[in-house]
Design a protein around this ligand. Sequence first.
Ligand SMILES: Cc1cc2nc3c(=O)[nH]c(=O)nc-3n(C[C@H](O)[C@H](O)[C@H](O)COP(=O)(O)OP(=O)(O)OC[C@H]3O[C@@H](n4cnc5c(N)ncnc54)[C@H](O)[C@@H]3O)c2cc1C
Length: 392
Amino acid sequence: MRIAIIGGGYAGITCALRLARKARGRADITLVNASDRFVERIRLHQQIAGARPPEHDLARLLRAPGVTLKVGQVTGIDVDAHTLAIDGEPLDWERLVLATGSRTDVDAVPGVRAHALTLDGHDVARLAGRVPALAGAGGRLVVVGGGLTGVESAAELAAAFPGLRVTLVTHRGVGDGWSAPGRAHLVRTLARLGVELREGVRVAAVSATRLETDAGAIPFDLCLWAVGFVAGPLARAAGLAVNERGQVLVDPALRSISHPHVYAAGDAVMPVLPPGLPLPMGCKAAGPAGAHVADNLARALRAAPERAFDFATPFYCVSLGRRDALIQYTRPDGTLTGEVITGRRAAWFKELVCRSTVWALHLERVGFIGTRWLRTGRAPALADAGRQELAA
Ligand SMILES: Cc1cc2nc3c(=O)[nH]c(=O)nc-3n(C[C@H](O)[C@H](O)[C@H](O)COP(=O)(O)OP(=O)(O)OC[C@H]3O[C@@H](n4cnc5c(N)ncnc54)[C@H](O)[C@@H]3O)c2cc1C
């Protein structure tokens, strides 16, 4: 069977390698990625603060039987003709896996596209190039976004560049929805690092030198926009059923509800029925979803019934510079407990988690199960109930 995977991130690579092992020569797998490198997105905040994370050659990472890498931009998918175009060149497939990840929405607020930088593509190098001089001059960096990406970026930059004046702007509160000890640690650490917190502030527009907000203007020398992650335009343009963020709507087996020959995983997917717990955009869910798609494709090859994806996570972690972090445990129902780990111990733990995402890929490549995850045990029953409800 000819299987095309678009996207060489955590989900796409996991899917390709696991399927190569399980298909035992019965699948001809082509992974298409825009670049010849695997980018560890979870380390991009370290990169803008001057770190040089390890480079991963995608061809080397994908050296597995039956897997071919094509480097290029997928510019269109014809879901009826079962073809896609890589920089205009056609590729036929029998099953397609969309693992194209996410990007920052730079069009939701006026001025962001023109005046702010993001953690996507070439902006990463631009930020890394501009921050040291800015810090040397005591310049002002504004980070917009109180989610994990914004918090990790603000903390990393403030810790690496004490001369930089960092402001974190968020329309909610930092760590809202986290346990009281978790939120307290986030707020305390950001204060210790000298990050000015502007909570409950909604940004209406961005100009070259300031944010226009409902609490007045906030001036800056450099603006990092770290909020509003959306899926890329491919799925919607192809006519697949998607949500407002452009994520592919999938059934419990992670197949498109409109085109069941298309699967999706990672940030690009949104199940219409709960896979145990709501699926977060995160590598913690991307790897497992990629692995589950591979398992289901292997079942399809044997004409065995495909299974519902079941996902839970035992903890969330946030890095706060290189010497501090927050590990927040969860209950089986996904709610956050009061139990947290903080400080250096947490920083080491978080570093281990980051490394384990790459180890998992290498393990899958050499024939072991690298990606394991916690399950709720509820997903199959929920999926059955949901199917009946949809049918009624
Ligand atoms: C600074 C930062 C810190 C983060 N920290 C965490 C964390 O601690 N924990 C956590 O769980 N998550 C974290 N995340 C989120 C995590 O990085 C993403 O959820 C994860 O990368 C999603 O994996 P993916 O495989 O779906 O997509 P990606 O890793 O984004 O990979 C998608 C790939 O598809 C390729 N692609 C896209 N469109 C096309 C196309 N048209 N043609 C060809 N190729 C294409 C891209 O080039 C890319 O290589 C963080 C993100 C950032 C930015």
